[in-house]
Ligand binder design. Structure first.
Ligand code: ZN
Length: 339
């Protein structure tokens, strides 16, 4: 099965999909407490009441349709709870490498002293599972593909042969234009090349959240735009399925929400609340994706890899990866050991 993972930064799911949030009590409160170091002084639940959210009209019809599924597909949404600090760096590092903040040592957007080289990302793991695999990433944010990350390892040798493709547009023209360039680049490749696994990242919603707050017309417009750019990707995947019969898993997630006045990073409910949409084109979803009542960010990568059959880690000899030095005492002069 092929994989398209769409990463939407800073999406308030109670605004994007109010019906889905209202229908599942596991969206109501975090499934694990936050470390007091990262708690906000007063963190009331800023969830938009369902009637108000519904009055706003459908902000994310594509995401809603992915959740619904159809005649030839099955869709699902699982509540996901981010672990503070809910900044983008730790959030996406956790989601895309299957790691806790401690495991990859990413706590802030500066990535100081990160250990991502030891925590390979989802695309690298697809390649490790099958070195013939073709992968691609398109993202506006530097950290996805270069310093201060990269969260997704560069894999220069596979870039040389075209097995791994990277698109990182110049953001000088603004984030909306960069997101559109990402969508256009990714759509062409999804349609004509059908990579085995793809990660596509859109930043516009988070940008609008920072500038205008989540309770703004601009934030809602950005949500609609991200949904529309996502629709273009889905359209390409469905065309592959229609013409070639390819089996695809589409997943959509976010790294955090936004406060009504804008901003994130702490432990407010509307900031910690995330989601994982999964949608199988041309079949039923594996139980590993529909069974969990809630997810944490570090679960996502493992479940997606498992779902597409990219199994990991067959070499499990004792001591693999453990670095041990020897004491500087010299050899024993035992002739059995002398060479
Ligand atoms: Zn973010």
């Amino acid at each position: 099965m092929k994989l398209l993972l769409v990463c939407l930064d800073g999406v308030r799911v109670d605004l994007a999909l109010p019906d889905a949030v209202a229908a599942d009590p596991h969206f109501a409160a975090p499934d694990h407490p936050s470390d007091p170091r990262f708690s906000a002084p007063d963190a009331p639940d800023g969830t938009v009441p369902r009637d108000v959210a519904t009055e706003l009209g459908p902000l994310a019809p594509t995401l809603a349709r992915l959740v619904r599924g159809g005649k030839r597909s099955e869709g699902h949404i699982t509540p996901m709870w981010m672990t503070p600090p809910t900044d983008s760096g730790p959030g996406w590092s956790s989601i895309l490498t299957g790691s806790t903040h401690e495991q990859c040592n990413v706590w802030w957007n500066e990535f100081v002293g990160h250990d991502l080289a030891r925590r390979p990302d989802i695309l690298s793991r697809v390649y490790f599972a099958n070195p013939a695999a073709r992968t691609m990433v398109a993202a506006t944010w530097d950290a996805f593909v270069q310093a201060p990350g990269p969260i997704l390892q560069a894999r220069a040798d596979q870039q040389r042969t075209g097995q791994h493709q990277v698109f990182h547009p110049d953001p000088q023209g603004g984030i909306a234009a960069a997101d559109a360039a990402v969508s256009s680049w990714a759509c062409w490749r999804l349609l004509h090349e059908g990579p085995d696994a793809a990660v596509v990242y859109f930043e516009g919603v988070d940008d609008a959240g920072h500038v205008f707050g989540a309770d703004s017309a601009e934030y809602r417009a950005a949500l609609r735009q991200a949904d529309e750019l996502t629709r273009h990707l889905i359209k390409a995947v469905y065309e592959r399925h229609e013409q070639l019969g390819e089996d695809w898993l589409i997943a959509v997630t976010t790294d955090h929400g936004h406060r009504s006045e804008g901003g994130h990073g702490d432990d407010e409910v509307e900031v910690r609340r995330s989601f994982l949409i999964t949608h199988r084109v041309g079949g039923a979803l594996p139980e590993a994706l529909t069974a969990p009542k809630t997810l944490r960010s570090e679960d996502v990568m493992w479940r997606l890899l498992d779902a597409i059959g990219a199994s990991q880690g067959s070499w499990a000899a004792d001591g693999v990866g453990v670095l041990r030095d020897i004491d500087p005492v010299g050899p024993s002069r035992d002739l059995d050991y002398e060479w």
